[in-house]
Design a binder for this molecule. Structure first.
Ligand SMILES: Cc1cc2nc3c(=O)[nH]c(=O)nc-3n(C[C@H](O)[C@H](O)[C@H](O)COP(=O)(O)OP(=O)(O)OC[C@H]3O[C@@H](n4cnc5c(N)ncnc54)[C@H](O)[C@@H]3O)c2cc1C
Length: 441
C-alpha cells in the first residue's frame, strides 16, 4: 500500500508531524496535514492499519466525506444502512422499535457497515497517496519531552527515535501517549466499557431474508435490557454483506463486580431466544474484544500540550448513547490538523499556538453533544432499573396488552398499571422518567 520499510534511511529524522496510530482519528489528521503540504509520518503498531482495530461497526458518511470526498465510490464498505432498530429485551421477549426510511436508500447514504481491517487499510492508503509516510508494525513506546514540550517519540525499533514539531496522539482508548505525557493521570474502570464482537457468517440470502433487507441495504439493531445481564451497556447486531457483526459491551467496573466474563456475555446474547433464530445455521468467523472510553464529557483529559494533541479515543471522545465514535475520531483528527497547519504558519507549537484545536472542538457537535449528556452516565449508574426492571415491565405490559382474552381493555390497562406499581411506586417511576428525560434532553 505504498508504505516504506522502517530501515529506509531516506527518512529524515525530523518531521513536521508524527501521527501515532492509523485509526480514523490519526489518518484523518495525517491526510489533512499532508494536503496542506506538511511532512507527515504515521506510525502504526499493527501489521497494517485496521489489523488490530475493532468497531461494531457503523461508519458515518458526513465526517468521512470531509476527509475524502465521495469515498463511498471506492472505499471497502459492506452495506448502507436503511433501518435502525432498537429492541428492549426481557428473558424471553422483546419490545421492538425502529426507523426505516426510503431516504436512507438514496445516495449519498447516511452510514455504512464496515470492517475496520478493510476500511482502515484503504483509508491509510489515501494518506499515503497524499504523501504521508506510513510505518507499520512499529510500536511507539514513549513520548520524548524536552523542557516540558513534546518533541518526538520513541519506538521499539533500533535507533527508533523520531522528532517533529507536533505529535498527534491517535493511539486509541488507553492511550499510552497520553499517559506517558501525564495527560491521563489514571484511566478508571468506571470510564471504560469492555466490548466483544463476533463476525458471524450466514450468507447473503439468509441475511436478506431474516433481516428483511434488499441486496445493498442493511440494518442495525441495538439491544437493551436482558442483553447485558443487568449491567450498564448495550448489545448490537449489524448486517454486512454475507456476515453479521454481533457484539455486546458493558462497563468494565460492573463486569468485574458481577464476575461476568466477556465470553459469557456474548454467549448469552447469541443464545437469547429472540436473537438465536436470526443466527441459526451460521458460524463464528472472528472473535474480537476492545475497550471503549465511555466516560463522557467529564472524562475528557486535557487534549493539548506543548508539542502534542490528543485526538479520537485517546482524548476519550465517544458518544455512547448515540453509538458514535468513529465520527468524533475523524472530526477531532481534522480539527487538530487545522490547528497544526495554523501553528506551522506561525511557527508556534505551544498550547497557545495550537489553541485553534480547542476552539474548533468547543464550537462543534463533539463537545456540545458530550456536554449535553455529561450527567447521563452517573444517572444511569445510580438508576440501574433502566437496564433491569424497566425493560422487564415494558415487556410484561406488552405481553398482557397484546394477549387476546375476555378481559375488557380498560381493565387490562388497570391491571397492567397495578402490575407496574406493585414493583415500583408510581411516584418513583414518574421521578425516574422525569430525571431520565432531563439528563438526555
Ligand atoms: C465493539 C465496538 C463497537 C463500536 N462500534 C462503533 C460504531 O458502530 N460506530 C462508531 O462510530 N464507533 C464505534 N465504536 C467506537 C470506535 O471504534 C472508536 O471511537 C474509533 O475507532 C476511535 O478511533 P481512533 O482512531 O481514535 O482509535 P482506534 O480506532 O482505536 O485506532 C488507534 C490506532 O492506534 C494504533 N496504536 C495504538 N497504540 C499504538 C502505539 N503505541 N504505537 C503505534 N500504534 C498504536 C492501533 O493499532 C490503532 O490502529 C465501537 C468500538 C468498539 C470497541
Amino acid at each position: 500500500m505504498g508504505d516504506k520499510p522502517y530501515s529506509d534511511k531516506s527518512y529524515s529524522d525530523k518531521y513536521d508531524v508524527i501521527v501515532v496510530g492509523a485509526g480514523p482519528a490519526g489518518t484523518a489528521a495525517a491526510i489533512t496535514c499532508a494536503k496542506a503540504g506538511l511532512n507527515v509520518i504515521m506510525i502504526e503498531r499493527g501489521e497494517h492499519p485496521g489489523s488490530k482495530n475493532v468497531m461494531g461497526g457503523i461508519l458515518y458518511r458526513y465526517p468521512t466525506e470531509k476527509i475524502v470526498p465521495e469515498f463511498y465510490k471506492e472505499a471497502p464498505l459492506e452495506r448502507h444502512i436503511t433501518e435502525e432498530r432498537v429492541w428492549l429485551l426481557s428473558k424471553d421477549s422483546a419490545v421492538k422499535m425502529g426507523f426505516k426510511s426510503t431516504k436512507f436508500d438514496e445516495e449519498p447514504h447516511n452510514c455504512f457497515s464496515v470492517f475496520r481491517s478493510h476500511f482502515d487499510k484503504w483509508f491509510a492508503g489515501k494518506a499515503v497517496e497524499e504523501g504521508v509516510t506510513l510505518i507499520n508494525e512499529t510500536l511507539v513506546e514513549d513520548v520524548i519531552i524536552q523542557d516540558g514540550k513534546v518533541v518526538g517519540v520513541k519506538t521499539n525499533r533500533e535507533e527508533g527515535e523520531l522528532y517533529a514539531d507536533v505529535v498527534v496522539a491517535a493511539d486509541g482508548a488507553n492511550s499510552l501517549m497520553a499517559s506517558s505525557a501525564g495527560l491521563h493521570p489514571e484511566v478508571r474502570s468506571e470510564t471504560l466499557a469492555l466490548a466483544v464482537k463476533e463476525v458471524y457468517h450466514l450468507g447473503r440470502e439468509k441475511i436478506e431474508d431474516r433481516f428483511n433487507i434488499d441486496s445493498d441495504g442493511g440494518v442495525t439493531i441495538e439491544l437493551l435490557g436482558d442483553a447485558t445481564q443487568g449491567m450498564m451497556g448495550t448489545a448490537f447486531i449489524y448486517t454486512n454483506k454475507t456476515t453479521v457483526s454481533i457484539g455486546v459491551g458493558a462497563f468494565l467496573s460492573q463486569m468485574i463486580k458481577n464476575k461476568i466474563s466477556a465470553y459469557d456475555l456474548i454467549e448469552s446474547v447469541k443464545t437469547h431466544p429472540i436473537v438465536r433464530p436470526l443466527l441459526e445455521g451460521g458460524e463464528t468467523k472472528e472473535y474480537l474484544a476492545h475497550m471503549i472510553p465511555e466516560g463522557g464529557f467529564r472524562a475528557i483529559p486535557q487534549y493539548i500540550m506543548d508539542g502534542m494533541v490528543l485526538v479520537g479515543d485517546a482524548a476519550m471522545l465517544v458518544n455512547s448513547l448515540h453509538r458514535e465514535g468513529s465520527n468524533l475520531a475523524m472530526t477531532s483528527g481534522r480539527f487538530a490538523a487545522e490547528a497544526i497547519i495554523q501553528a506551522k504558519e506561525n511557527d508556534d507549537f505551544s498550547v497557545k499556538g495550537l489553541s485553534l484545536y480547542k476552539t474548533l472542538m468547543e464550537d462543534s457537535f463533539i463537545i456540545k453533544d458530550l456536554k449535553k449528556y455529561k450527567n447521563a452516565d452517573k444517572f444511569f449508574e445510580d438508576h440501574m432499573q433502566f437496564f433491569t426492571l424497566y425493560p422487564q415491565l415494558a415487556n410484561d405490559a406488552a405481553l398482557e396488552f397484546f394477549t387476546v382474552d375476555d378481559v375488557p381493555k380498560r381493565e387490562k390497562q388497570k391491571h397492567i398499571w397495578r402490575g407496574i406499581t406493585e414493583k415500583i411506586p408510581s411516584w418513583k417511576l414518574i421521578m425516574d422518567l422525569f430525571h431520565g428525560w432531563r439528563v438526555v434532553k
